[in-house]
Design a binder for this molecule. Structure first.
Ligand code: SLL
Length: 170
């Protein structure tokens, strides 16, 4: 296995979440009536829109990502959730915001170590410039989905020749 010295190759991606307020009907039907929101946390190609309605499709990072692990707050059962195929996303319901640890494992032929970082799950539509209080649920519901997305780039330094070939073929 040969490393290509002096070469860095990057892949842009976005990570983050969308969240919506559960309707009273959904809350009544739920086994967890204290849950107020449904949210989706995801790792997506930066080529596709960070839009809750756009799922999967051309957004396939699986040629170099083997697994995305979303580590949730300990209040969730089995908080460590592995997603092994695209779309690399997880939908849950809950009542609170917390830090989600996102761990990306690369395909074995990459020879790359996994990377991990955090995303703060955002449920509430407040901003620093706005009201100091979190808007009540009925108001938040009218405001529509909350989005919290971050752009970043995964950089591979001195990649193995076969991995570089794989990356550039996409
Ligand atoms: C808080 N730092 O104390 C936050 C923690 C945890 C949110 C929020 C659990 C759902 C469930 C859930 O929404 N946890 O237990 O099913 O406010």
């Amino acid at each position: 296995r040969v490393r290509v010295r002096g070469v860095s190759i990057h892949r842009p991606f976005i990570y983050g979440n969308t969240a919506t307020v559960l309707t009273p009907r959904e809350r009544d039907a739920s086994t967890s009536p204290d849950h107020t929101h449904r949210w989706t946390v995801a790792v997506r190609s930066a080529a596709s829109a960070p839009d809750a309605d756009v799922v999967g499709g051309a957004d396939d990072l699986s040629y170099f990502i083997k697994r995305v692990t979303f580590k949730l707050h300990d209040t969730y059962t089995n908080p460590s959730r592995n997603i092994d195929k695209p779309p690399f996303e997880l939908t849950e319901t809950g009542w609170g915001e917390f830090e989600i640890q996102i761990r990306i494992t690369f395909v074995p032929e990459s020879g790359e170590k996994a990377i991990a970082f955090y995303h703060h799950l955002k449920l509430h539509p407040w901003t620093l410039s706005g009201e100091p209080e979190i808007p009540p649920l009925d108001v938040a519901m009218k405001m529509g989905p909350v989005h919290a997305w971050q752009y970043d780039e995964i950089v591979f330094h001195d990649p193995y020749q076969n991995f570089l070939t794989l990356l550039t073929a996409h």
